[in-house]
Design a protein around this ligand. Structure first.
Ligand code: ATP
Ligand code: MG
Length: 385
């Protein structure tokens, strides 16, 4: 694939708009500013992790028309870090400037109903599922998936929130009510051998670049550990990367895309979900790859040639949740004294249980070496007394 036409590239010095101000937006902003771009962040939180490091923070709700005007008049292109961004905002801005990823792909990914339906319609295998929009539909949905199953809200679920596991029709009824009787997806609960993810970038010229596959371990529904490269048969890793690239092509995707996969105990590779943005499991790329997923997001947004996604060290990333704070900041000495451990904190002032406060990545020649260091550090991290 040829490099993009230089006339269509947005070069350093230009101003980029970031919709959403969380840690993903922060790491994008840092990468973009490193490359000499200006960044304007729109986020309603005065203390937003990305707003803190942006050239300008528009402190306003996403539907604030005045902020839309500022973005339109000052930015050369717009991206997002948050799939729940109102689609009307993306559609509005797209009339005047490049918005990448586009509204139609964000709309698919922000709703489990459209996401799973799109995957199924396009030939990508998922867990057996059925859509439930009213109590009456539950029985048929349960027949379609069987038990055990997991009921997930179609909109605004994250980190395992908005999901209930159910073992029979009565539990499914109670779960549907508990979730507010809103549209849900009922999925067969699978026996998982492991979970994988693939992060890739694709620019407007159709060039793509894909990182090595990560292996993900969740605790209480939240990503805890990512291991890269995944400890799987290279043929399976190649299939996951090919499927992720195929999804990006079918969507005519532009930007960074994260694709989560399940590997079942009977060795099927199923697509779990799509993230139309950098992914938590791709944080290892910051320290272990020639180009990070955030630089890739800048490059895809600006229609630059994509950077090299080669991994130079085995890596294990551990999320740091608010639980580790226990009322005061952890003592970082057990971490910072290791030269192969890299600490990333997101600037969030309030540590709440389950809140992603930061992460660290351990680098080594082998995955086993990186895992051993990551676990040794975990055992040593304690709230400061
Ligand atoms: P995140 O924000 O971390 O991506 P999420 O809230 O969007 O999570 P899912 O990815 O759907 O939710 O599910 C979270 C985790 O719950 C999965 O990574 C997996 O460990 C488990 N899980 C979800 N669905 C199933 C299933 N059908 N069978 C087995 N395990 C499942
Ligand atoms: Mg998920």
């Amino acid at each position: 694939m040829q490099n993009p036409d230089p006339h269509t590239m947005i070069l350093p010095g230009a101003t980029l708009g970031m919709l959403g101000g969380g840690q993903l937006g922060r790491m994008f902003t840092l990468s973009a500013r490193t490359m000499g771009y200006r960044v304007i962040v729109l986020d309603p939180d005065p203390d937003s992790p990305a707003g803190q490091v942006a050239d300008r923070h528009l402190l306003a709700p996403y539907l604030d028309r005045q902020s839309w005007q500022t973005l339109e008049s000052e930015c050369a292109a717009i991206t997002t870090e948050f799939e729940n961004i109102p689609v009307e905002l993306l559609q509005h801005l797209a009339k005047r400037l490049p918005v990448r990823p586009g509204a139609h792909t964000v709309a698919i990914a922000q709703n489990r109903e459209t996401e799973k339906s799109w995957l199924r319609a396009n030939g990508f295998e998922t867990a057996p599922f059925a859509i439930v929009s009213e109590t009456d539909g539950l029985e048929a949905a349960c027949r379609a998936t069987g038990f055990p199953a997991v009921l997930k809200v179609a909109r605004f679920g994250y980190d395992g929130k908005g999901q209930v596991r159910v073992a029979n029709l009565n539990e499914a009824r109670a779960a549907f009510a508990e979730l507010g009787s809103q549209t849900c997806v009922l999925e067969q609960l699978l026996d998982l051998r492991l979970e994988l993810s693939v992060v890739l970038g694709r620019n407007a010229a159709g060039q793509n670049a894909c990182f090595p596959v990560a292996e993900n371990i969740h605790r209480d529904g939240i990503l805890d550990t990512s291991i890269a490269p995944a400890r799987v048969d290279p043929a399976l890793a190649a299939r996951a990367r090919a499927a992720a690239l195929h999804i990006a092509q079918q969507l005519d995707y532009c930007g960074v895309l994260g694709v989560e996969f399940f590997v079942t105990t009977d060795d099927r590779l199923l697509v779990n979900e799509l993230a139309p943005r950098p992914h938590n499991s791709g944080h290892f790329t910051l320290d272990a790859c020639l180009t990070s997923q955030f630089e890739l997001q800048v490059r895809a947004l600006c229609n630059l040639p994509l950077g090299a996604t080669v991994q130079h060290s085995a890596a294990v990333m551990i999320n740091l949740l608010g639980d580790a704070w226990g009322g005061s900041t952890p003592d970082w000495l057990p971490l910072v004294r290791h030269p192969e451990a890299k600490l990333h904190l997101y600037g969030k002032r309030e540590a709440r249980p389950g809140r992603k406060m930061g992460h660290y990545t351990c680098l080594a020649e082998t995955v086993d070496g990186a895992l051993a260091l990551a676990e040794a550090i975990r055992a040593g991290l304690r709230p400061r007394g």
